[in-house]
Design a protein around this ligand. Structure first.
Ligand SMILES: [Zn+2]
Length: 167
């Protein structure tokens, strides 16, 4: 879920919660009532949670150019090919998002230190089994984008960060 000022959703009724520039005046109760409208199980099914900041027009113009879209496109295409190849003998699955738990076990192997990191995060954040699997799937995709056959700690840490619920 991408959360920004205009599109997906605000974090509170006034819309300024999490905004660096504006102050939110909502009470804790108002925020709870507002975010309570979205069900936990629904949020749990969303793979990536990302908080974006509002950009001023001049910032959009003056921002340093990031990576070229064409370069990113190439990396994504390559990651897709890796996944098609990985699942060529599996039925009804062609990308990491569709992995069932047996696939996760087979394709998302972690070394000991990564395993410890994941277990600590799961405990600390009070994550569900679904969230645990979601993180592994996202980590597998990040490793594919990096063209690495093994998920390392860096891939995993990024997946944990992206999977953290904002509300
Ligand atoms: Zn507010």
């Amino acid at each position: 879920m991408v959360i920004d000022d205009n599109k997906a959703m605000k974090l509170c009724p006034c819309g300024f919660l999490g905004d660096h520039r504006n102050r939110c005046n909502c009470t804790e109760r108002e925020i709870k009532r507002y975010t309570g409208k979205i069900s936990g199980p629904l949020l749990d099914r969303i793979d990536i949670h990302l908080l974006t900041q509002h950009l001023e027009f001049r910032e959009l113009n003056s921002r340093e150019r990031g990576e070229e879209s064409a370069v990113i496109r190439k990396r994504v295409d390559r990651a897709r090919e890796i996944q098609l190849d990985r699942y060529r003998d599996s039925k009804n699955i062609h990308c990491n998002a569709h992995m069932a738990s047996n696939h996760i076990e087979k394709y998302c192997k972690l070394d000991i230190s990564s395993k410890n990191l994941l277990h600590r995060s799961v405990d600390r954040l009070g994550l569900s089994a679904r969230a645990y699997h979601r993180i592994l799937k996202v980590a597998r995709t990040i490793a594919d984008l990096d063209q690495k056959s093994v998920i390392d700690k860096k891939h995993l840490a990024e997946a944990i960060q992206l999977s953290r619920k904002i509300i």
